[in-house]
Design a protein around this ligand. Structure first.
Ligand SMILES: *Cc1c(COP(=O)(O)O)cnc(C)c1O
Length: 375
């Protein structure tokens, strides 16, 4: 175990443990494991949390994206704009739906897809654009919505890293026709296993997603299958965890912000940049990403001092072996960023002492790199 872990789930688990145990006991007594009242309850509160009318619990965030695209009728022959800098699942979901991803390079400052870059990438086959609120920072909702409107595209949000974030008062997940969330354990709102959700204001889309996620079942007759669907349902055991954690999430997000403020303060004149959200964004701070040209050296030195870091992501999506065949063009911004980004330890229960330890380690590592470069 490193002295300072990149993240840890133990303290948040401790805060919800009693409530989860009580809820799980109810489920073991009741015997309803897939769907049911616990899932209904969570869907209702999560829709409210996202400022949306409907939430559909599904098996994971990748399925949430895939099901949104299928629910919108996007498939073979369609192209979907995807930022080159994202977790692979964004592009994977497009291919699972039968469409093809068209990768778009990201903005050099935010490392998110800009409205201008999206507009420039539109072709006659483009059917949708997926904005990814990477790191918990919210992409340009107004600009992207305008581009989607101008070209007749569906505007979909990948909010898997942005539970509770907002931009100019609009919640992450409340701007597009629908948004996908992941509840993978390491996400800001994480289950004790996999989970995901689709949120939308469109009741017909919510119904289609719910049906597709449940073997294409008819809403009125469970023995009639109206479409070819899949099995992507949320477990009641996970819904209990998610309901319990959702109540703590605002406090946990505020705690992440406090940690980030401490980092900012202590790294004010350090020779590295932090990837910051744009004005008007209230980030969920899923990740705090620093950029330095000596990333690999710094990461090694920190690891040697017991400080664990992450890289999100070491390769742009279109450079991944499985996705190269859909990569046309070059992605200089995403490629340069991939060599420089370093995700610093961040979780709601990090102390200011932990932050000071990481910052001292960072300064020492950066100074030793300078010394090495001069020698
Ligand atoms: C985690 C993540 C996903 C996929 O979620 P899973 O629940 O792991 O399937 C999609 N997009 C982004 C940006 C993510 O971080």
């Amino acid at each position: 175990m490193p002295e300072i872990p990149f993240s840890t789930l133990a303290p948040t688990t401790a805060e919800v443990r009693a409530e989860v145990e009580a809820g799980w006991r109810r489920i073991l007594d009741g015997g309803s494991y897939v769907g049911g009242v616990e899932v209904d309850r969570f869907e209702h509160s999560f829709a409210g949390f996202c400022d949306r009318r409907h939430a559909v619990g599904v098996a994971n965030g990748t399925d949430a994206l895939h099901l949104i695209l299928r629910g919108l009728g996007i498939g073979p022959g369609d192209e979907v704009l995807v930022p080159a800098n994202t977790f692979i699942a964004t592009a994977e979901a497009v291919l699972l739906a039968g469409a093809r991803p068209r990768f778009v390079d990201v903005d050099p400052r935010t490392l998110l897809m800009s409205a201008q870059a999206a507009a420039d990438a539109v072709t006659p086959a483009t059917a949708a654009v997926i904005a990814v609120h990477l790191y918990g920072h919210v992409a340009d909702l107004g600009g992207l919505r305008e581009v989607a409107h101008r070209f007749g595209l569906a505007f979909v949000e990948d909010a898997a890293q942005a539970h509770g974030a907002s931009r100019d008062g609009t919640a992450a997940g409340a701007a597009g026709v629908a948004a996908a969330f992941s509840f993978y354990p390491g996400k800001n709102l994480g289950a004790f296993g996999d989970g995901g959700a689709v949120v939308t204001d469109d009741a017909a889309l919510a119904d289609r997603v719910r049906s597709l996620a449940n073997h294409g079942r008819s809403e009125v007759d469970r023995y009639i299958h109206e479409r070819v669907g899949m099995n992507s349902r949320l477990d009641a055991l996970q819904a209990v965890v998610l309901s319990a954690k959702l109540r703590h999430l605002p406090a946990w997000t505020a705690a992440r912000r406090t940690v980030v403020d401490a980092y900012r303060e202590q790294l004010r004149d350090a020779p590295l940049r932090l990837v910051e959200p744009e004005p008007g964004v209230v980030s969920a701070w899923h990740l705090l990403v620093a950029r330095t040209s000596s990333r690999d050296h710094v990461r090694r030195e920190l690891a040697a001092s017991g400080i664990e870091t992450g890289i999100h992501y070491p390769l742009p999506c279109p450079a991944q072996p499985a996705f190269r065949q859909w990569s046309d063009g070059s992605f200089p911004v995403a490629t340069a960023a991939a060599a420089e980004v370093l995700s610093l330890p961040l979780h709601p229960h990090m102390t200011s002492g932990d932050v000071a330890t990481v910052c001292a380690g960072l300064r020492a590592a950066l100074a030793s790199e300078d010394a090495g470069a001069r020698a």
